[in-house]
Design a protein around this ligand. Structure first.
Ligand code: NOJ
Length: 593
């Protein structure tokens, strides 16, 4: 990569920190986090050094899906505070030079949203805001749920949260589509009025001063003709709903009408997104989004159900990242994340949360902050927070854990919860949602009341207070990683340098370079709890097991200044970057210039 080709944007140089407000900090003792609770922690965020906050939904909601079922896009949920609290939060962030992006959830609303209430009442103006269809009477071959008069749903799509994606409404006498919970009816983007409503709502938030949007399941908003034309059922469940036929028309219209390069925009795209689609979303002449959250790496260790957990191979993880890093190079921008509010804790999933928790949390942080793209930190990641020791089904609150498991038990797909409890505990979204661990005190200092979801008992050891006092903590390591993006000596190569995998087939080490002009970073990560050996091949050596086109060989390093920029072991390490031993979960980043 040449520095002359750099297309600079502030959001490429930024580090984003995600806050799940329900679990961040509670100030009124109701056991639920709130906006004043976030305000109370602004100095903490400032000390960490992050540039942007992504706030999960804080809008009015009956909370069937913790705020992703929105009843009013322009007001704040009572449990979280008021609009004036939210304005104070925005001011407090901007005073500290931290930006704010809001969650945009416009594939669906709550069934308690005024639009749906009116649609259901038969108000002509709102009827087509949602997707209403007649059921089918040709039920041959249909084995699922039947509606009144033995009618089958309009097609056989399943909901992401288990069960059919259609619900019969007695008053209307028709079925409505809900790709998520029954309380989350899908909006009808075919209807121009719906698009107008969404765009003007987005403009309203931008006028309030926000800095961008994270867009929930944005690639689902265009439904395929099997719904819009009311064809007979298709046998492909909800797969048929990804990147529908008018998706780029709708996202492109949003881009043109509302978005600009100066906003941070990141679209969540579910399913198997093709690179052509990805480039269309985020490419130079594309729809106008800045980044995508794809799921390719989040699906490596699991099947479609929350009880199907298999573990992952490092080579597969590298393949996913290499594919995205190289395919978007020069054309679009990556987002890099290893956990969020929908995923288990990264140190439990990809690291070793028992013996090498601190080392592996630091190593994973090193990866996220040295890949090409914008790093996203999920609250508590900077402390090395782990999965929760879930045991019983009653321990969970998440609709996406409870519904599918309960359906599978009812239908005999699972005989006993005990048979699947370890997998469910490894994968449930509730792992991410247990309260933030601030102190070693009761409820981890999260609330004076009863927390809505149990606090991880390991808060006695893992908490922000302890981490801030310990120079070797994950917290301080993250502060250093974040600060590197502002360090003039390395920031350009770190942010804009191209990515090249050195050793794609290595099952235990992940080694890569980042290159800008003749400056390089060499990143070497030991993804095991054992010692490993790293060696850069010499130029004339047969390097069959390394990358076909080796981005760096040992001879080149001899002519360069080398500096060990990052290391997650505090003892001195030998400084020859071409050959060295790595301790368990050791991470090193060399700057070569
Ligand atoms: C993706 C969100 O991240 C998740 O939390 C939510 O349940 C679904 N979209 C539905 O909005």
């Amino acid at each position: 990569m040449d520095s002359a080709d750099i297309d600079r944007q502030w959001w490429k140089e930024a580090v984003v920190y995600q806050i799940y407000p329900r679990s961040f900090n509670d100030t009124d003792g109701d056991g639920v986090g709130d906006i004043p609770g976030i305000i109370e922690k602004l100095d903490y965020l400032d000390e960490l050094g992050v540039d942007v906050i992504w706030l999960n939904p804080v809008y009015e909601s009956p909370n069937a899906d913790n705020g992703y079922d929105i009843a009013d896009y322009q007001s704040i949920m009572d449990e979280f505070g008021t609009m004036s609290d939210w304005e104070d939060l925005l001011d407090g962030l901007h005073d500290r030079d931290i930006k704010l992006i809001m969650d945009l959830v416009v594939n669906h609303t709550s069934d308690e949203h005024e639009w749906f209430v009116k649609s259901r009442e038969g108000d002509e103006e709102f009827r087509d805001y949602y997707i209403w269809r007649n059921g089918r009477t040709d039920v041959d071959g249909w084995t699922g749920h039947l509606g009144p008069d033995d009618e089958a749903p309009p097609n056989d799509w399943g909901s992401f949260f288990g069960g059919p994606a259609w619900e019969y409404d007695e008053d209307v006498g028709e079925w409505y589509l809900h790709l998520f919970d029954v309380k989350q009816p899908d909006l009808n983007w075919e209807n121009e009025e719906v698009r107008e409503e969404v765009f003007s709502m987005m403009e309203w938030w931008l006028e309030k001063g926000i800095d961008g949007f994270r867009m929930d399941v944005i690639n689902l908003i265009s439904k395929p003709p099997s719904v819009t034309e009311h064809n007979p059922p298709e046998p492909d469940g909800f797969d048929a709903t990804f990147d529908g036929p008018k998706i780029h028309e709708y996202v492109g219209e949003m881009g043109e009408r509302v978005l600009s390069d100066d906003l941070l925009t990141v679209g969540e795209v579910v399913g198997d997104v093709s690179m052509d689609d990805a480039r269309q979303y985020v490419g130079r002449d594309g729809d106008g989004l800045g980044m995508l959250f794809h799921f390719d790496h989040m699906l490596l260790d699991r099947g479609g159900d929350v009880w199907e957990y298999y573990g992952y191979d490092l080579t597969d993880l590298k393949d996913v990242f290499r594919h995205w890093q190289k395919s978007l190079e020069g054309e679009g921008w990556n987002s890099n994340y290893l956990n969020n509010h929908d995923q288990p804790r990264m140190v439990s999933r990809f690291g070793d949360d028992v013996e090498y928790r601190v080392e592996s949390a630091k190593l994973l942080g090193t990866l996220l902050h040295t890949l090409h793209g914008t790093p996203y930190i999920y609250q508590g990641e900077e402390l090395g927070m782990t999965n929760y020791p879930f045991e019983r089904l009653d321990d969970y609150q998440d609709v996406d854990t409870l519904n599918p498991v309960q359906n599978a038990l009812d239908e005999g797909v699972i005989e006993n919860f005990d048979d699947v409890k370890d997998s469910v505990a490894a994968l449930s979204r509730d792992n991410a949602r247990t309260p933030m661990q601030w102190t070693d005190e009761e409820h981890a200092g999260f609330t004076d009341g009863e927390p809505w979801l149990a606090v991880n008992p390991n808060h006695e050891e893992i908490n922000a207070d302890t981490a801030r006092e310990d120079d070797d903590s994950v917290f301080h390591y993250y502060r250093n990683l974040i600060a590197l993006r502002d360090d003039d000596d390395v920031s350009d190569v770190l942010v804009y340098g191209s990515y090249d995998d050195l050793w794609p087939s290595h099952t235990d080490l992940w080694a890569y370079t980042r290159t800008l002009d003749d400056e390089r970073l060499l990143v070497v990560l030991n993804f095991t709890s054992e010692d490993q050996q790293f060696r850069l091949p010499r130029e004339d050596e047969d390097h069959a097991t390394y990358a076909d086109e080796l981005p760096l060989h040992a001879g080149e390093v001899a002519d360069l200044d080398t500096e060990l920029l990052v290391s997650n072991y505090d003892e001195d390490v030998e400084s020859d970057p071409t050959e060295f031993a790595l301790r368990p979960w050791e991470a090193r980043v060399y700057h070569l210039s």
